[in-house]
Each structure stands twice: as structure tokens, then as C-alpha cells.
Design a protein. Structure first.
Length: 366
């Protein structure tokens, strides 16, 4: 019938009578007379700031907590932020909350979650708090990338590199990351028929970067694959209109033509082509052998022409020399002396004279 109750300085008593909330009991010692056991007193500590009770709504509506507690009644579109003793504690979903402020320093903030993107000066600390992972979706946009934000399937905004947080439970959030760095697409061996019916394998490489991220995402399901397809078609069209000899002789002109064609098509889905180059031209085995024979015959013919040209020049020089000697006897005698001098210098010279008068002529010559 009578019971004794002691409430310590950091505690408070919640008094309920017949299931209804009747008020608070502050610190102290109490004798309670309750012969019919209609009264219930729940003693709670104010050192733990959270006032958690199954009849919290009755306690809050009574208004007796006053300045001893802060009350948050969050609607569906609201979220609560709680700091305790200067440190972030928790993110709160919609609902009713009460926190004691008599012992601990409590600070709260109510945030509107309808703008789905969450930003706050203390965002990093908030993301590490209790229930943050449950209520916030965190996504990163790497360096050299662009982020495209879509809400419920509709484009919302472009985001630069960095970390972003979005409230869960609202619009469906999709963040598309687009790499804006220069990228290379290899176009492997394509078997193409030239205008003169020669089948060859041709490989190419395309260098590009994303110029318009939104167009690259919304105008094609895969911009890189679309560029690859356009390069294939352009190669087949350009090679098919050329004969093999022209193709081999004009590889640079072909690459420039292909670059301009593919650049125009790639711009339609947000890409900018820097260059398209022809890397390899592979001929069939029999055609390669035939080309080698043609090149060999061409080189032999060129060598023959050069030989005949040099022989003609040598004969022309000899004819000019003979004419000059015939017109100048003295020059002819000097030429004879040079020949004798060379013969004498090359070794022992033996002169055998058998004809009468030859001796005198040789002596006169020397």
C-alpha cells in the first residue's frame, strides 16, 4: 500500500495513473500511498539523453518536460540531426523523439529531405553517425569524370568530381559516371574487299574523349560501341572505293578522310574524335608473294636503267676524251707518257726491240 521511492539528482520519475501520464518527479525521496496499485512510476536517467518510452506521445503532449528536453516531431519529408556534447550522434527518420538537455549538451536540426541531394557543412561527420547508412546513399564521382544525376528517370543536374549524399526513401536516384579522359578504341582486323577485288585485313585505332556527357549517355546506350561501329562502317566504305595500289600509296589521305567522317558522326552522340589512324594493312599470302615479285621486278628494272645510264655516261666521256686527244697531239703525247710512267712504277720494265729503227723511236719517246 505504501512504498518508498528515491530519485537521484540525475534522474526523473515519470508518473502514470490509470494508464494516463500525470507528471514528473524530480530528485528526492518519496513515500507513495497507492492501496489499489493504480500508480506506476518509471525512473529514467537524464545522463542518457534519449527519452525512450512506449508512451512518449503522452509525455510530450502533456507539456511538462518544458525546457528539460528537446522534442523532435519529424514529418515524412523531414529528417533530424542530433549532436550530443559537441559530437554528431545520429540521423533520425520521421517520427517522435525527445532528448534530455539537463545533463548533456544537446543540439538538433531538422532537414527537409525533399531536395534529395543532402549537403551540410558537417556532412562528413554526419555520414559517420548512427543510422546515416540507413537513411543516406553516398556515391562518389572520380577525378576526370562527370556525374549525371537522374531522379525518377529524369535528368536533374551535372556533378563534378567529389562525394555526394542523397536521401533514401524519396525519388529514385541514379548517378551515371562518365569518363572524360582521352580513350583509345581498337578496331581489329577487318576483312575488306578493295575496288579491284583484293581481300585484305585492315586494323585501325580511334582516339577520342567525351565532349558532351549528357548526350553520350542519352543518345546511345553505349557511346564507345557506337563509335566502334561507325569506324567499322567508314573503313569498309573508304577501302571498298579504292584499288589496292591507291590504298597503299595514300594511307595518310585515307586516315584523314576517315577522321573527318567519323568525327562528324561521333559528335552526334557527344564524342570528339582526335584522330583515326590506319595501323596495319595485312595482305593474303598469295597476294603478298605476288606483291613481292612485283616489287622485285620493279627494283631490277630500276637497277638496269641506272646501269645503262651509267654506261652511256661512260661512253660519252670516252668519246669526248678521244676527240680531245685527236685535236691536240701534245696532249696525246702527255697521255702516253702518263701510261708509260704508270707501267714503269708498277714493276720492273723490260723492253725487247726487234725492229730496226724502233730503238730510236722509243728513245725519242722517253
Amino acid at each position: 500500500m505504501i512504498r518508498f521511492l528515491r530519485i537521484r539528482p540525475f534522474e526523473v520519475g515519470l508518473v502514470f495513473r490509470d494508464g494516463a501520464f500525470h507528471g514528473l518527479l524530480g530528485p528526492g525521496a518519496y513515500w507513495r500511498f497507492d492501496p489499489l496499485r493504480r500508480e506506476r512510476i518509471d525512473v529514467v536517467s537524464q545522463r542518457a539523453p534519449w527519452l525512450a518510452h512506449d508512451q512518449l506521445d503522452l509525455i510530450v503532449r502533456s507539456g511538462v518536460v518544458g525546457d528539460d528536453a528537446v522534442v523532435l516531431d519529424l514529418a515524412d519529408h523531414e529528417r533530424g540531426l542530433v549532436w550530443i556534447d559537441g559530437r554528431f550522434a545520429a540521423v533520425l527518420p520521421p517520427g517522435l523523439y525527445a532528448l534530455w538537455t539537463t545533463v548533456r549538451r544537446v543540439r538538433t536540426a531538422v532537414v527537409d529531405a525533399r531536395p534529395v541531394r543532402f549537403d551540410h557543412p558537417e556532412r562528413d561527420a554526419i555520414l559517420r553517425g548512427a543510422r546515416a547508412a540507413e537513411l543516406l546513399d553516398v556515391q562518389d564521382v572520380p577525378a576526370d569524370h562527370a556525374g549525371l544525376l537522374f531522379l525518377d528517370g529524369r535528368y536533374a543536374e551535372a556533378l563534378g568530381p567529389g562525394r555526394y549524399a542523397f536521401w533514401k526513401g524519396g525519388p529514385a536516384v541514379r548517378l551515371v559516371r562518365v569518363d572524360r579522359r582521352e580513350t583509345v578504341v581498337d578496331v581489329p582486323g577487318q576483312e575488306i574487299l578493295t575496288a579491284d577485288k583484293v581481300t585484305l585485313r585492315l586494323t585501325a585505332v580511334v582516339v577520342y574523349h567525351v565532349a558532351d556527357p549528357l548526350r553520350a549517355v542519352t543518345h546511345t546506350d553505349d557511346a564507345k560501341q557506337a563509335l566502334y561501329r561507325e569506324a567499322q562502317l567508314a573503313l569498309r566504305a573508304a577501302v571498298g572505293a579504292r584499288e589496292l595500289d591507291v590504298l597503299l600509296a595514300e594511307k595518310d589521305e585515307l586516315a584523314a578522310e576517315l577522321t573527318e567522317h567519323v568525327r562528324g558522326r561521333a559528335a552526334a552522340f557527344g564524342l570528339e574524335v582526335a584522330a583515326l589512324g590506319i595501323r596495319d594493312v595485312i595482305l593474303p599470302g598469295d597476294m603478298k608473294e605476288l606483291m613481292n615479285k612485283v616489287i622485285e621486278a620493279r627494283k631490277v628494272a630500276e637497277a638496269s636503267v641506272i646501269t645503262r645510264r651509267e654506261e652511256a655516261a661512260a661512253l660519252r666521256h670516252q668519246a669526248n676524251t678521244a676527240k680531245l686527244l685527236a685535236e691536240n697531239p701534245t696532249l696525246q703525247r702527255l697521255r702516253e707518257l702518263e701510261v708509260v710512267e704508270k707501267v714503269a712504277a708498277s714493276g720492273k720494265l723490260n723492253v725487247v726491240l726487234g725492229e730496226k729503227g724502233l730503238t730510236d723511236r722509243v728513245v725519242n719517246l722517253l
